[in-house]
Design a protein around this ligand. Sequence first.
Ligand code: TYD
Ligand code: MG
Length: 457
Amino acid sequence: MKEKQIFFCDNCGFESAKWQGKCPACGQWNTFVESTQVTGKKTSGKVSGMQNMQVPPSFPVTLREVDTDDDERISTGIGELDRVLGGGAVVGSLNLVGGEPGIGKSTLLLQICNELCAFGNVLYVSGEESRRQIKMRADRLGVTADNLFLLAETNLEKIISTTTDISPRVLIVDSIQTVFNPEIASAPGSVTQIKDSTMAFMQLAKSGGITIFIVGHVNKDGAIAGPKVLEHMVDCVLNFEGDRSFTHRILRAEKNRFGSTNEIGVFEMGSNGLDEVPNPSQLLLSGRPENVPGSCVACVMEGSRPVLAEIQALVAPTAFGNPRRMTAGLDYSRSSLLLAVLEKRAGYIISNRDVYINVVGGLKIDEPAADLPAILSVASACTDKPVRSDVASFGEVGLAGELRSVTGAEHRLSEIKRLGFSKCIVPARGAGKMIAPAGLEIIPARSVSEAIIKALG
Ligand code: TYD
Ligand code: MG
């Protein structure tokens, strides 16, 4: 066995023989950490900590021989989670659940144990909480299954040997940052440790047909701390979003080898754990002020589901120097572009004013369909005229100030109608073909200025 000193970028996992101030891969400064890499015979191609595992021999088969029925799924008992996973957790898959500390990762995973226990043993490994703490939480969540095993352990070898003993159908590891392999010299939570443990869990999942959920804490930039490197190794990356100050949480699939990545699951944190929110639009719009300037309702598609959200804007005179721009929930560059279009194409002078844009409820929108409502909201804030409260909108804005149609118009319109709106401003192109549900009036607009006139009246 040979030991070698190498350096890792703590942010993206880039490996280098020497220390560097700036990571050439992700461009972050001061992220290099030193680590000892053990190379040599002992691990001989297998991930360390895996010596006791039986890996089935591999042989080639033709495409036709592959049995696709193998994609067996198990339901977690939580509809929203099943949807994000693409219809339940795939047997033998490795799923990473990311999110900021305190957002509810442990709660969600403990909560699904009850249902998962119906399929066989479940092993819940925690490196963060004691068995007593987990028991107390389980009591609160109403988890009572007899074949749920708890293990407070951080040593990878012990976790793997316990797994081989109990042979669970589902293994939950909370969190990957606490797991360490004593054969590797670097500290728990370092990129080497995280990579090694994840590889070990991957082999465990594939060879034993065990469905594994691992928790990964996310740093403040939103990247899964250190183990951005994990993302390409695992089958699914589920990310918990939302503000801890709100009660609701959004679970999004960032990557899914077995389903779509657009789906979101919405939950509400209550006194007995996370509750599903089957009707997120209603939740996101609750408490919406009526007939107040600087607010417009957008309809965005989150996967197959249309979701309504309120986009708020505030325009204020700049006290001194450069005007401030702040966005929450919308892409910053996209918002700057929209403000430029509003100024240049619709004649609203905002270059000497501060602009704040916020999507209420902590939803992050990255769909161009939110362009039009965002611009309407800023225009409304600028003129101090409210957008009528029974009006919603969607549409992409082009640089010439033209409105472009977006996909899924029918779905959006029916959701807008369902939530009680009576008018919807849409891009004129394609509006002729739209079939509006009875009681909803479609207001087509060709350009940003036309839409503003129609919205503000
Ligand atoms: P937790 O699952 O521990 O977060 P993570 O594992 O992502 O770090 O969630 C903890 C938060 O949720 C904590 O602030 C308390 C709150 N909570 C409730 O409001 N109700 C509950 O029933 C539970 C179990 C937790
Ligand atoms: Mg936790």
